[in-house]
Design a binder for this molecule. Sequence first.
Ligand code: HEC
Length: 120
Amino acid sequence: MKIKHIIYLLAVLLSLSCSYNSEDDLIDATPIPDLVTYDSDIKSIIDNNCISCHSNPPVNGAPISLTNYAEVKSAIENNGLIARISSDDLGFVMPFGGPRLPQNLIDLVIAWVEDGLLEN
Ligand code: HEC
């Protein structure tokens, strides 16, 4: 009987000591795909973080719409979109008023530019 209890206790201790992956490890930056495109990578970032103001028509004082490929591409080429999302200045950064997007999403948008602003 006693031996059984000890074995049981050891088994419990062993299973508890097994390392488990914390949530932080799992949320670690998503790898940037070989080829970044608007449809698969960029649209969701803009939809989730920018469209609340940069809708069509834009609201809350936003000057431009970012609702489709042509508009977002134009904002990169003509309205300094990369500078706005990369800024540390809370008076300049987009989303308006901050906080800045997570770094891996900023990197993804920059990789999209480097890959040639592909739509799909
Ligand atoms: C809460 C509303 C709001 C959100 C959300 C928001 N913006 Fe803006 N955006 C504004 C306003 C207001 C301006 C104009 C004032 C300024 O330039 O700071 C602006 C200006 C800009 C400009 C400059 C346009 C120009 O021609 O001067 C860009 C580019 C831009 N936003 C991109 C983005 C991006 C990309 C996102 C999402 C990551 C975003 N914005 C999220 C309100 C917003």
